[in-house]
Design a protein around this ligand. Structure first.
Ligand code: V47
Length: 365
């Protein structure tokens, strides 16, 4: 195989990967520009095995999207609605609590909760959401609110990011999910989500969260109008923050779904690009412990294959996924843990059920 890698023109990159040397943006560009997916997979697998061995993680989780009302209305998003839209919704704290209550008989360990940038819900609503969920099921880890929501809450609270996060932590917040990162480059933000906080602010909020002991995730929305260099700049910025704080748990490349968005003229991502984003992320983000193949966006079959291309995590049972399904995702809204175990085993990996912070709950050997 090493001969094959040499012939594919990746001899120097192979040397670096084996020597645990950091890849440059030029290396990343060469990887993205190659269609030799087997060579990319071989390289990414070296890092994957070094960092995570044969483990492939998943979590028993529940997604709750408390409201789709949003003032940002990004062009790539099919979920957000204006307040007066017929399709707008907002859940009361009691409704969110009921969603948690409805599933008390399942071994859920995490609630993943995000929503739009709502024009007039008060800061206390978000604190009550957290307290309410904890009241119904105290053992749950609440992974909630992207850095974009946190910036909005700080304005509502008239407080610093640090103090806002402090109040959310006191109310039960356990970690931040990785959404809202999109592509940090100002060109992409201006063309697709001009009202959203700049990439630099998203990164600063992540850093503040890490300083407070809160772990977070990071994403990149790929497969729309971004260039390879804009992807690499995004990855480089994340790698830089991780060098400083070591607070990111996982990176999740998010495949753009165009249906029902203002960018519906674009096509869906291809399998090769999905695998490339996983593989390059694994190689380039040498300081990230986990690379997640989010089955909701790339489909369970592609996520299974991604386990041989650098990914070590399939996310989880999810249930009631809305954001991607509004944008035309053809995957189911949930997946059983038995199916996740089977997908992982047939990929030749060891299924490890984890909690949010990657503590092992059960090894399904
Ligand atoms: O913030 C919006 C993106 C994110 C579309 O942290 C779209 O573990 C594709 O962040 N096509 C929400 N993507 C999902 C997300 C996530 C999912 C799973 C796990 C984690 C984690 C995070 O989805 C949004 C936005 O970046 N998004 N519209 C679309 N049309």
């Amino acid at each position: 195989m090493e001969n094959y890698i040499q012939k594919a023109g990746f001899g120097r990159i192979l040397d670096k990967v084996k020597a645990e040397e950091r890849l440059s943006v030029d290396d990343g560009r060469a990887l993205f520009n190659s269609n030799d997916i087997l060579a990319l997979g071989y390289l990414a697998n070296i890092v994957r095995n070094r960092v995570n061995g044969d483990n492939a993680y998943f979590i028993y989780n529940q997604h709750i999207n408390y409201s789709n009302i949003c003032t940002n209305l990004c062009k790539f998003c099919a979920f957000g609605r204006e307040k007066d839209s017929d399709l707008a919704y907002e859940m009361s704290v009691e409704q969110v609590k009921q969603k948690v209550r409805d599933r008390l008989d399942e071994p859920i360990t995490e609630v993943h909760m995000v929503g739009g940038i709502h024009p007039d819900l008060p800061f206390t609503y978000y604190l009550e959401l957290l307290r309410g969920i904890k009241e119904v099921r105290p053992s749950l880890h609440i992974q909630a609110f992207t850095c974009v929501e946190i910036a909005h809450f700080a304005e509502l609270a008239g407080a610093s990011i640090e103090n806002t996060l402090g109040m959310l932590i006191d109310a039960g917040l356990g970690s931040l999910p990785g959404g809202g990162a999109e592509v940090f480059h100002p060109r992409i933000r201006q063309l697709t989500c001009e009202k959203k906080i700049p990439g630099s602010q998203w990164l600063d909020i992540s850093k503040t969260a890490h300083r407070l002991g809160l772990n977070t995730n990071a994403t990149m929305l790929y497969g729309h109008i971004e260039t390879i260099d804009e992807r690499l700049q995004h990855l480089e910025a994340l790698r830089g923050v991780q060098d400083e704080t070591n607070g990111f748990l996982a990176f999740i490349p998010l495949a753009f779904h165009p249906k029902n968005t203002a960018m519906a003229d674009l096509s869906k991502t291809t399998g090769i690009d999905d695998l490339k984003n996983i593989a390059v992320a694994r190689l380039f983000l040498d300081n990230f412990p986990h690379i997640k193949a989010y089955w909701v966006m790339i489909g369970p079959k592609m996520a299974q294959i991604a386990l041989a291309f650098g990914a070590d995590d399939m996310d989880g049972t999810v249930k009631e996924e809305v954001i991607t399904h509004m944008a035309g995702a053809e995957t189911d809204q949930t997946i059983g843990s038995a199916t996740l175990v089977r997908l992982i085993k047939e990929a030749g990996r060891v299924p490890v059920e984890r909690d949010t912070l990657y503590n092992v709950i059960e090894v399904h050997s």
